[in-house]
Design a protein around this ligand. Structure first.
Ligand code: PMP
Length: 382
């Protein structure tokens, strides 16, 4: 049987395959060395986190059974919101069922036709989609360019403005100039939205780049986080003032019309927040492993969880990642359109919990496969 769109879908698939950009879902081998996932601190399997999730599972059940505003708000959600405030130093938190939902929920709730959204060129797809859905006029600022942001804010005709950035960028691992951006936003009466997806657990001894830059509780700054990377669980949150939280509870559609986060995920993330707060040395280990990766592969070290190797051909990058996967080593492969500048990258994450011996063996395999395939890191002109 053929469906009404099949020939059109097959044509699309052929174009993707011909340009080396086909994506597939592949189940991983459990015993692989994982240098690809976002479990930066290894907390997804930490016995304390697993125990917290398991207790919540037995206490509350597998699902939360309703949306937050019906009967889905459980004690564990409030506990998680408190733990997130404790970790980041923000006044109020609202949990969503993913980081994607937190970003779209926030931007659709603070944007409208009278609000200009200034979005960094490298902002994550969930921020881009939130800005589009908000029906706000959107302008793109050059990556990490504070003067450009200031100019766009100064020239605006709209009453309100929101500047949207990530704290640490997910592919290149570079840092946003948050202090300068917050000062510019303050000057122009704009809100600064900072996605700390890759900053929590990584910068500021785990408390995020905004905390490190002295912006915790700043009235112009709102954070979004995912619970699915350093915190090893699943879900997302927006952190800011009480009045913002109240607004989101009443208007953010991905909050209102979505079933509340599963209790086991909420309990796991709350425990992970407490662990990160008590053990800043976890992030030191992550950065030490990042330096080992960068040195072994001859790339510039990024002070982030992500170390990426630019490869000029998407086919070669994919072939290298697949060959490594068959040899039991998982590395990420980022290809257009999800890479800045259209340059494909092998993306290795410096997990805090990977054993030094496993890391060095895996890195020599990465070097070997790159040499076999003739895939050398390319020079990237900024
Ligand atoms: N923001 C950024 C910067 C991300 O990298 C991601 C995850 N890839 C998200 C938001 C979305 O988070 P989640 O996976 O929890 O939906």
């Amino acid at each position: 049987m053929t469906g009404p769109l099949d020939s059109w879908l097959r044509d699309k698939a052929r174009v993707r395959a011909d340009s080396g950009l086909r994506r597939r879902t592949v189940a991983i081998r459990e015993n692989s060395v994982d240098l690809a996932s976002n479990d930066y601190l290894g907390l997804s399997r930490d016995p304390r986190v697993v125990r917290a999730a398991s207790l919540a599972l037995h206490r509350y059940g597998a699902g939360s059974r309703a949306s937050r505003l019906v009967t889905g708000t459980l004690g564990v959600h409030t506990e998680l919101e408190d733990a997130l405030c404790g970790l980041t130093g923000q006044c109020a938190a609202l949990v969503f069922s993913s980081g994607y939902a937190a970003n779209t929920g926030l931007l659709t709730a603070v944007g409208d036709a009278d609000t200009l959204i200034v979005s960094d060129r490298h902002a994550h797809a969930s921020l881009v989609d939130g800005a589009r859905l908000s029906r706000s006029p959107v302008v793109i600022a050059e990556h990490n360019n504070v003067e450009h942001v200031a100019r766009l804010l100064g020239e605006r005709a709209q009453k309100r403005a929101v500047v949207v950035v990530e704290s640490i960028y997910s592919v290149l691992g570079d840092y946003a100039p948050l202090k300068e951006l917050a000062a510019v936003c303050e000057l122009h009466g704009a809100l600064l939205v900072v996605d700390e997806a890759h900053g929590i657990g990584v910068a500021g001894q785990g408390r995020g780049l905004s905390h490190q830059q002295g912006l915790a509780g700043h009235p112009n700054v709102v954070l979004t986080v995912t619970l699915s990377k350093s915190l090893g669980a699943q879900g997302g949150a927006v952190l800011g003032s009480e009045v913002l939280r109240e607004h989101l509870v009443n208007v953010a559609r991905p909050f209102i019309f979505d079933t509340a986060l599963a209790p086991a995920s909420a309990a796991a993330a709350a425990e992970a927040c407490r662990i990160v707060r008590r053990a800043p040395e976890l992030t030191d280990r992550l950065h030490a492993n990042g330096r080992v990766i960068a040195q072994a592969l001859g790339i510039e070290h990024a002070p982030a969880a992500v170390q990426s190797v630019p490869i000029d051909s998407p086919e070669l990058a994919l072939r290298a990642a697949e060959t490594l996967r068959h040899r039991g080593i998982l590395v990420g492969c980022f290809r257009p359109p999800s890479v800045p500048g259209g340059i494909s990258r092998l993306r290795l994450t410096a997990r805090a919990d990977v054993e030094f011996h496993d890391l060095t063996v895996a890195l020599s395999a990465v070097r070997g496969v790159m040499a076999e395939l003739g895939a050398r890191p390319v020079e990237v002109v900024a």
